[in-house]
Design a protein. Structure first.
Ligand code: BGC
Length: 748
């Protein structure tokens, strides 16, 4: 992969083969430098490289440790002057002169905040993810940060889990594509560009499957499911050149990831050939003690280092115990040498030895106009139109709009979780944007109704309803404050918080059309509120430029194209609910009799005995991949170039897509496949491709997907990654629930 990265420059002068030779030579040069350094390092200095601290605040205190070679990396330093001061101690005053690696959680922007990753996933546009990560890298590297703990590519199928906000949702393929794009964006064309920051796909692995959606909880993912569902995004990140990986907090089937040799050595190193380094999560090595996997800190250090965790984040068990463990023969010095090689390799690739210092004058890149423009584009593409009775886009007949709700003017809250550095003073809210961009066209009345999303004080609701009564259309901004999602911020109840539901009911009662805009960190259970609204937009926290983007969407300057990256349940009790499930032996028919229609004293087996809920039925509120436009699209003429294929063939499906409505619009076309019969049961549908297509009103285009049959491979009964011959089905559609089934066969 790294060859690919240097290709463009090389191509000007050199052939492909000489280019890769150059890369190999470069690697050899780095490997030689690593060995030279390693041969001169004391054991203490080696262990120091494996130690990451969170900034202690006090430069003098940190300098003492850096000078002794006791720190390999620091997280949470964000002042370029301080970063340079600390770096100067490492480079000029420590014996080996090894530069520090400065790290920070730059998850969806540094200063300019992009939509949360779940929102970026809703764009189904890897270019958005790549650009977002690039902007984040340019801004973060300007203060000396050269390593981010992102992308988070945990598959999450439980919206109770607060960290669903940080990832790309429920789907393996979508997450793999978006995650790889983020890796490319963070790392740029070459790691040693001063604006490149090393990526760190996390959390390796299975963290999103926490039982009950409660953070840090145990997971029970068998190897086949791990390989088919949870590992592929991490493999895609490795192929995209990710420099580092982070282990996860969870224990999977009894083994905490920071002590899991199988995932770190067998899968990551042996099968994927990863040669960067692995960092623990925050104190996750020490936390193997409460897990009941390690007896004490020394045992924890031994288990983690032997499993393949190269660097320890903040819990100091390596610093305290590795030396003794080596003396006692419980850890081989070679294990430490290998960890240090991995860490130094990335420091060399980042160019830190040649250019350890950050240019303190680069601060003008923060909130650069082109960064704000990119954030606005991302926000606009991330908005999902869930319902529209025709009220949107707002027509010229609308003279007065009532802007209502606790999220209408909440600059901090709309940035979402994992924002440490974005300044709310730069956030453009929907209220401000509507006033600034459309205030000359409509009269804007603002009445929040509630002060914040959890507000239970209903006294303002009457004022909001009165404002609504004076308007032609109500724009109601509800959702979740930023603190309600993210790490450890899980919820057992996914209804709208506080009195927001009462607010929406009161607005609906005025008889005025209510356009509800939800801004949240996860899918919420909003069936009732959807029914009460004339139109609904769903915005996963959209970031700095969320306001201008939604204003343009509401007033029709932009046309929505976002699609749900995760299934929306009707009720919490349906969770886990995801499109790519396996079938039971008694699949729901959708003709089931639901609770209200069951006769009193009904016979015990009278309901059909299928797999459904008597109260919620079978279907979710909104399926995966769903989202409306202001225009409509029609699919026709779907044809396979050949209905019988061999394992090394490429499947080609052609189809016509027509814009049958009145607006220019973009459709996210999705390709789904089902393997009908396998040596193990297979999902009812799996996303295998997608494309964004923009069409003028009335325009029709002939399009195609090409899918190598090899991509139908899965980990089968023998735990082999193979394509099993047999019958398959395929759909080309605008979401995971619609489309016409087309059959094809794969032979031997
Ligand atoms: C989180 C990680 C994060 C780390 C450093 C941990 O609590 O789980 O995702 O990167 O802290 O801030």
């Amino acid at each position: 992969m790294r060859i690919g990265k240097i290709l463009p420059g090389c191509l000007l002068l050199l052939s492909l083969s000489s280019c890769s030779t150059m890369q190999e030579n470069k690697d050899k040069v780095i490997e030689n430098k690593i060995e030279t350094l390693l041969s001169k390092m004391t054991l203490e200095e080696k262990i120091g490289q494996m130690n990451q601290i969170s900034s202690l605040g006090n430069i003098e205190e940190m300098s003492v440790a850096i000078k002794k070679g006791e720190i390999g990396s620091i997280l949470n330093e964000i002042d370029p002057v301080r970063v340079n001061a600390l770096q100067r101690v490492a480079v000029e005053e420590s014996r080996m002169g090894i530069p520090l690696l400065i790290a920070r959680d730059v998850i969806h922007g540094f200063k300019t905040i992009f939509p949360i990753p779940l929102g970026q996933a809703a764009t189904f546009n890897p270019a958005v993810a790549e650009e977002g990560a690039r902007v984040a890298a340019i801004e973060a590297s300007a203060v000396g940060i050269r390593w981010t703990f992102a992308p988070m590519i945990d598959i999450a199928r439980d919206p109770r889990w607060g960290r669903i906000a940080e990832g790309c949702g429920e789907d393996t393929y979508l997450t793999a594509v978006m995650g790889a794009a983020m890796v490319k964006g963070f790392q740029g064309d070459s790691l040693n560009d001063p604006t490149a920051i090393a990526a760190c796909p996390k959390h390796f692995v299975g963290y999103g499957a926490a039982e009950g959606g409660r953070d840090y909880n145990s997971t029970f993912i068998p190897e086949r499911r791990l390989r088919n569902v949870y590992l592929p995004p991490f493999e895609a990140a490795a192929k995209a050149g990710a420099a580092t990986y982070m282990t996860s907090f969870n224990d999977n089937d009894g083994v905490p990831s920071s002590g899991n040799e199988f995932i770190l050595k067998q899968v990551l190193r042996k099968e994927w050939g990863f040669d960067g380094f692995v960092v623990s999560d925050w104190a996750s090595i020490k936390e193997m003690i409460p897990h009941g996997f390690a007896a004490d800190e020394k045992d924890a250090a031994m288990k983690a280092v032997n499993a393949g965790v190269d660097m320890e984040m903040v819990s100091y068990t390596y610093m305290t115990h590795l030396k003794d463990l080596i003396k006692e023969g419980k850890v081989k010095e070679d294990v430490v040498n290998e960890a240090v090689r991995n860490i130094l390799r990335i420091k060399f690739r980042l160019g830190l030895f040649e250019n350890p210092y950050v240019d303190e004058k680069r601060q003008s890149v923060m909130y650069a106009p082109e960064h704000l423009a990119a954030a606005k584009r991302a926000a606009a593409e991330s908005a999902i139109l869930l319902k529209n009775n025709g009220i949107l886009p707002l027509k010229e007949t609308v003279k007065t709009v009532a802007v209502v709700g606790p999220m209408a003017d909440a600059p901090y809250e709309q940035m979402g979780t994992w924002v440490f550095d974005g300044d709310k003073a730069y956030t453009q809210t929907p209220l401000k944007a509507i006033q600034a961009q459309y205030g000359d066209k409509v009269n804007v009345i603002y009445e929040a109704g509630l002060d914040f999303s959890r507000d239970k004080n209903t006294t303002g609701i009457a004022r909001a309803a009165a404002a609504a009564a004076r308007a032609d259309v109500v724009l109601a901004f509800v959702g979740e404050e930023s603190i309600l999602s993210g790490e450890a911020h899980c919820l057992a109840d996914l209804n709208l918080q506080g009195a927001q539901s009462d607010l929406l009911a009161a607005l609906a009662k005025t008889g005025k059309p209510v356009v509800t805009v939800v801004m949240a960190g996860r899918p919420l259970t909003i069936e009732k509120e959807v029914n009460q609204s004339a139109a609904v937009f769903y915005y996963f926290h959209p970031g700095t430029m969320g306001g201008p983007a939604i204003a343009d969407l509401l007033f029709g300057k932009e046309v929505p194209s976002g699609k749900t990256p995760v299934t929306f349940p009707k009720m919490v009790g349906q969770i886990p609910v995801y499109y790519s499930h396996n079938n039971s032996g008694r699949p729901a028919t959708r003709n089931e009799i639901l609770l209200n229609d069951i006769p009193v004293e009904a016979g015990q087996t009278s309901l059909g005995c299928t797999s459904f809920y008597m109260d919620a039925g079978f279907d979710p509120l909104f399926p995966f991949g769903y989202g409306l436009s202001y225009t409509t699209f029609s699919y026709s003429n779907i044809k396979l170039a050949s209905g019988t294929l061999k394992k090394d063939d490429v499947l080609k499906v052609t189809f016509d897509l027509e814009n049958t409505g009145k607006y220019k619009g973009t459709e996210v076309v999705q390709l789904y496949v089902q393997d009908k019969v396998g040596s193990v049961t297979r999902p009812v549908k799996e996303l295998k491709g997608f494309m964004r297509v923009t069409l003028q009103p009335g325009e029709k285009k002939s399009l195609s997907f090409e899918l190598p049959v090899s991509e139908l491979a899965f980990w089968n009964i023998d735990m082999k990654h193979v394509v099993e011959p047999g019958d398959f089905a395929l759909w080309v559609a605008g979401d995971s629930q619609s489309g016409q089934e087309i059959a094809f066969k794969v032979g031997e």
